[in-house]
Unconditional design. Structure first.
Length: 83
């Protein structure tokens, strides 16, 4: 099932839930389809972030966004320890 088909099915189940309610099987299907959709969005976002860089204008150093976030978190942790 393609993602477009999954989205269409999610929407169909949402309309049915609002109109007449869902069976237990349909509720499980809806939950699984939603989880698949969320996982797909997360994977796509992670893939896009892995291709982005931050440029340090002073040094000219390029750092991947993911590495930049790790470095920033590490610096924030050190600042908390020094307080």
């Amino acid at each position: 099932m393609t993602m477009d088909e999954k989205i269409a099915r999610i929407n169909a189940l949402a309309h049915k839930a609002k109109a007449e309610g869902l069976t237990d099987e349909e509720k499980e299907e809806q939950a699984q389809l939603r989880r698949d959709y969320i996982d797909s969005v997360k994977a796509n976002l992670k893939s896009q972030l892995n291709t982005l860089y931050v440029l340090d204008e002073k040094t000219g150093k390029k750092t991947k966004i993911v590495d930049f976030e790790r470095e920033r978190a590490a610096r924030a942790g050190k600042k908390k320890e020094n307080r």
